[in-house]
Design a protein around this ligand. Structure first.
Ligand code: SF4
Length: 491
């Protein structure tokens, strides 16, 4: 994937995408605001939610061991996966052990994060997404663009076209008279998926929460497809990030009140499935739980960034983010887009590659993401901290970046009063020249530099550089004696 600025520039040129995104994010945002306003103690609830997750993270190792013991007691098999490769290999092995060449999947960020579908395909196993939006993305051979609504960038006409074009190749075809009415499209998806639900021997899920003391996994969803995946196949494999653990069953209380209002703008989500291991004669008779690290312990070790592991993937921060709203999820190059993706990806993977290192800058730092986050993750602070991590990672570069050279020059000028005075004079002169010869001006008439050549091109390519004032503050102070002789113009 290209770095964020490159990908964002391409996305900004797609007017249909921007229309679809603006419509969808505003609709969900307004719905959320209404149902949140109904809850008098919403701020207390946020504090409680943050407290539950923070307490679980503080003693993560103990809670995970308790979870493992509880799950094993309930008849599940627990696997530990350090990274994506290990996790995918475990799921493939379970499917092979049962002679399965296909699995049905509940929508799961963790399995998308580890590229499970692609890994299973390489092993000759087809993974069918059963969430409607995920199905649209899969059939469209596309990438998810939103945590909650992965096909947010598609409109109804596009969905109809995808169903007509692709469904027949992978199962039951869409009816020839398919219209773009949402209910008709959902009906076609239901018919298409039903045969897959009834045929599959293995189901794959994630989990929204994992309760340590009871060994219970929880999936929260709106369509009921998840419940079908969790109950119909003989074998169930759940891939669960280690940060999903909470200590006790009662810890679910604030979480299950915060999540639906923050994500879909509903007072309660339609389906909450909980399961603990195996129940003889009912549901899957073989249950595997893969506890996934994949960078989470790395994030946990980061004093400022560890709060990102509190995330319950509600997507509220995406829907209020002015940057996300304009570029959509693909520009972030990850299954975790938007403000949470801009911090989570660097925390999980480090900032050594150019694409991940560009993400902490994909924000205006307006703070709207923190305001809506149900578990009070201070995303703007983590973004600033991650920007510092990116800068630190370049300190030893043999050829310093233009920004580093500019900062060193600024430090040199600021460390000596005479140098600073000289720099102020030079900048005033620059301002005068710009005012006389510059061809660009800002709203209000202030002169500005256009796109600069050389190292300044990247910076000025996306920003205005206003002409510096002709007279510096210190020169003004000297001239007017601190404002006592105001009204005398500069020489
Ligand atoms: S960071 Fe907060 S608002 Fe964003 S998805 Fe996670 S929990 Fe929701």
């Amino acid at each position: 994937m290209p770095a964020f600025p490159t990908a964002a520039r391409a996305a900004l040129g797609d007017t249909q995408l921007r229309r679809n995104l603006a419509h969808a994010t505003h609709t969900i945002r307004d719905k959320r605001a209404k149902v949140v306003a109904e809850v008098e103690d919403w701020e207390d609830l946020r504090l409680a939610g943050a407290g539950v997750k923070e307490a679980a993270l503080r003693d993560l190792a103990t809670h995970l061991e308790t979870l493992e013991a509880s799950l094993v007691r309930a008849g599940a098999t627990v696997h530990w996966a350090r990274d994506a490769e290990e996790a995918c290999a475990i799921v493939a092995r379970v499917a092979h052990d049962h002679g399965a060449d296909e699995v049905v999947k509940v929508k799961s960020m963790a399995t998308a994060e580890i590229g499970l579908n692609e890994a299973l395909e390489a092993e000759g196993i087809a993974a069918w997404e059963t969430d409607l939006a995920e199905l649209i993305v899969q059939l469209g051979e596309d990438l998810p663009s939103h945590i909650l609504v992965p096909a947010i960038h598609r409109n109804r006409a596009e969905v109809r076209e995808i169903f007509l074009r692709r469904m027949a190749a992978v199962g039951r075809p869409a009816p020839a008279d398919l219209t773009d009415e949402p209910a008709v499209l959902a009906g076609a998806a239901r018919e298409h998926l039903r045969e897959k639900f009834l045929r599959a021997k293995v189901g794959v899920s994630g989990a929204n929460f994992a309760v340590a003391d009871t060994g219970t996994l929880v999936v929260v969803e709106s369509e009921g497809n998840g419940r079908m995946c969790l109950t119909l196949p003989d074998v169930l494999v759940s891939v669960v990030g280690i940060e999903k653990v909470v200590a006790t069953w009662s810890d679910l209380d604030p979480m299950l009140r915060l999540l639906p209002r923050s994500s879909t703008g509903e007072r309660m989500n339609p389906y909450t499935s909980t399961w603990s291991g195996v129940t003889p004669g009912d549901g899957p008779q073989e249950v595997h739980v893969v506890l996934l690290d994949n960078g989470r312990t790395r994030a946990l070790a980061d004093d400022v960034g560890r709060q990102a592991l509190r995330c319950i993937r509600c997507s509220a921060c995406l829907n209020v983010c002015p940057v996300y709203e304009r570029v959509g999820g693909h520009a972030y190059g990850s299954v975790y887009p938007g403000p949470i993706g801009a911090i989570l990806n660097p925390l999980l993977r480090g900032v050594s590659d150019e694409q991940t290192a560009s993400l902490p800058y994909a924000s205006s730092l307006c703070g709207a993401c923190f305001e809506v986050c149900p578990v009070r993750i201070d995303i703007p602070s983590v973004l600033v901290d991650q920007r510092a991590a990116v800068v630190d990672s370049h300190r030893g570069d043999r050829v310093p970046k233009a920004e580093a050279v500019a900062m060193r020059a600024a430090a040199w000028a600021f460390s000596d009063a005479r140098r600073l005075a000289w720099a102020e004079k030079a900048s005033g002169l620059g301002g005068r020249v710009l005012r006389r010869f510059g061809r660009t001006s800002l709203p209000g008439g202030r002169a500005a530099a256009g796109r600069l050549p050389g190292p300044g091109a990247a910076w000025t390519g996306a920003r205005d550089l206003p002409a510096p004032p002709e007279e510096s503050f210190r020169a003004w102070w000297d001239r007017t004696d601190g404002g006592r002789h105001e009204g005398e113009g500069p020489e």
